[in-house]
Write a protein that binds this ligand. Structure first.
Ligand code: OXD
Ligand code: MN
Length: 582
């Protein structure tokens, strides 16, 4: 940002956008009440049943503005090659000339909210400040939940101007005039034409991932699309792990899992469900903080059988976006429960005709993390939590086993960097299409991914005892298209094996693709799963991996000379181990 103060920047933006008035957010409870009251009076949201969902609201977005728009998301750097082949690029000067005019007078007749916010725990050396200017009251209310607004941010700044400015305006919501622009060289975000969370809550994807990943590369830390959880063992000791999954692939469920081995003493605690900032401490230990203060979770599929913890988290003080509405004025979505009797209004505000889902597949809840009944005691620890294992996962119907441990850090970076994933509704575009989604960061890495892989390799060298790296796949299907693994609370069985591996135990077979659990290594007691299924889930599909290696080579070739040679070597070593002859 250079040495411009917040006031100077706000003045400048106000001169351009011409709001009717300016509201400086202080983050107080009274202010939140004022924001939600404004949402209701301006018909931006409906108040839900105060008895059953106290202080909860339903927002319906524009029907064309329901998910992240990766095709309209750009990284603007002076040199095109600095963003690499996986990002959209614009020259910063051209971007400002093209998109700047969309902000001219864009807040006329509206209130401009100035939101200073802190990403990360109060008092943490790892936390960072952003300031978002927005003309959306919905965004302001969501930022209250997702970040620490007002005093914590200003205290952290302590008079300095070291903040990331983010300018957001709803514009006319036309996708033709929608742009999510990042200027990492000046640590600036511009977003116009969308009110959707991932495009408009600028602390989240824009700052905490895209800009932060750039900063982390320069400053020697990591900003990752990862949940953070603590796994308690029967002795009461907690081991912390992070896990990277693409959007809408179960991160919130995993972070809040109710363990099916709870009676044995294995229990999960939540630190974060979406983003981790990772630093190496003075002892060479990797530590993670959750930069966020809330959860912006996918509603469909969240119910008492799949995620009872989330259900208990979101029954108050929550903003729902694009879910259905029952005649009791309660939110409803597919997978929450059987459809309640009576008329349901769908996410578009029309009586539900049952021909399409009542809730949009990417409908969301925004809820305070502190309400999570299993929030970890350390979630606000300024020093973060020590990380012993890193897990990569994505939806893969074929080839990828239930769990696989990397031989070492470098092999783990290879596994993460080459991860294939079937796409979900969290971004616009086709669903279920396989694409490479390295470390689940494809839409979120603010610089050339080849350099990002290099950064991962370098970080490993700084760690005294690098976390073990694993790849998991809860989504493997049989020939009839049925999931082979039950998932959800049963995933604890995989986490337990990971914990054993961290402690130097856990039976494993060394295979061509890494260490796989031997047939009896996973604790399966009380689980009804066939030997056949377990075999498929834990064996190496040689042909599948040979094909995968070709796909990885093709993906890597897009990075040209910039790709670290270690990764080229990893693919050829994999091919050799698989017995490839050419
Ligand atoms: C999210 C996403 O909203 O990844 O977390 O899209
Ligand atoms: Mn996410």
């Amino acid at each position: 940002m250079g040495q411009r103060s917040i006031e100077q920047w706000v003045d400048e933006v106000a001169r351009q956008t011409k709001p009717q008035n300016i509201h400086w957010c202080d983050g107080s409870k009274a202010e939140y009440e004022q924001l939600t009251a404004t949402m209701v009076s301006k018909k931006v949201a409906l108040k839900l049943n105060e008895k059953t969902f106290p202080n909860c609201y339903l927002h319906r977005s524009d029907a064309t503005d329901v998910a992240r728009t990766e095709n309209l998301t750009f990284i603007c750097t002076r040199t095109k090659d600095d963003v690499g082949p996986t990002n959209n690029w614009m020259d910063p000067k051209e971007a400002k000339e093209k998109v700047g005019p969309l902000f001219d007078g864009s807040m006329k007749g509206r209130t401009m909210y100035v939101i200073p916010y802190l990403m990360g725990p109060v008092g943490s050396p790892y936390s960072k400040v952003g300031v978002e200017i927005t003309d959306s009251v919905y965004v302001a209310a969501n930022m209250h939940i997702m970040t620490r607004v007002g005093k914590p941010a200003l205290d952290h700044l302590a008079g300095s101007d070291d903040f990331v400015p983010g300018l957001h305006s709803m514009g006319d919501l036309s996708p033709e005039r929608r742009f999510i622009l990042h200027f990492p060289e000046e640590k600036l975000v511009w977003s116009v034409g969308s009110g959707y969370g991932g495009n408009a809550l600028l602390g989240k994807k824009c700052f905490a991932l895209r800009i932060a990943s750039w900063m982390a590369h320069n400053e020697g830390w990591m900003a990752e699309h990862m949940l953070i959880l603590g796994l308690e063992d029967p002795s009461g000791k907690k081991t912390y792990m992070t896990a990277a999954f693409p959007s809408a692939s179960g991160k919130t469920n995993l972070a809040m899992m109710v363990s099916s081995l709870e009676s044995e003493g294995y229990k999960v605690w939540t630190v974060g469900d979406d983003i981790a900032w990772l630093h190496v401490d003075n002892e060479g230990q990797l530590r993670a903080i959750n930069p966020e203060a809330g959860f912006f979770g996918v509603a469909p599929g969240t119910g008492n059988s799949t995620n009872p913890v989330a259900m208990k988290t979101i029954d108050r003080n929550t903003i729902f976006t694009n879910v259905g509405l029952t005649d009791k004025n309660e939110p409803w979505w597919e997978g929450m429960s059987a459809p309640p009797p009576g008329e349901i209004i769908d996410w578009n505000g029309h009586p539900w005709d049952k021909k399409a889902p009542a809730a949009h597949p990417n409908s969301r809840f925004t809820t305070p993390a502190r309400q999570c009944p299993i929030i970890d005691s350390e979630w606000k620890n300024p020093q973060g939590v020590p990380i012993s294992a890193i897990i990569f996962g994505s939806r893969r119907s074929i080839t990828v086993p239930l769990v696989n441990q990397a031989f070492n850090w470098e092999h783990g970076v290879f596994m993460g960097s080459s991860m294939g994933a079937e796409t979900t509704a969290a971004a616009t575009g086709k669903i279920g299409v396989m694409r490479r989604d390295p470390m689940a960061m494809l839409p979120f890495c603010g610089y050339n991914m080849a350099d990002y892989f290099g950064h991962w390799l370098e970080m490993g060298k700084k760690l005294k005892k690098p976390p073990l790296i694993f790849r998991v796949n809860w989504f493997r299907k049989d020939d009839n298209g049925k999931f082979l693994w039950p998932g959800f609370g049963e995933n604890i069985r995989v986490l337990k094996w990971i914990l054993e591996r961290v402690r130097g135990g856990g039976e494993a077979a060394e295979t061509q693709i890494g260490f796989l659990p031997s047939l009896n290594a996973l604790d399966l007691h009380g689980l009804d799963i066939s030997n056949e299924a377990m075999k498929t889930l834990t064996q190496v599909d040689k042909d599948g991996w040979l094909r995968a290696a070709d796909g990885i080579n093709e993906f890597y070739s897009g990075f040209g000379k910039r790709l670290p040679k270690e990764l080229h070597n990893q693919v050829s070593d994999l091919r050799k181990r698989l017995g490839a002859t050419h």
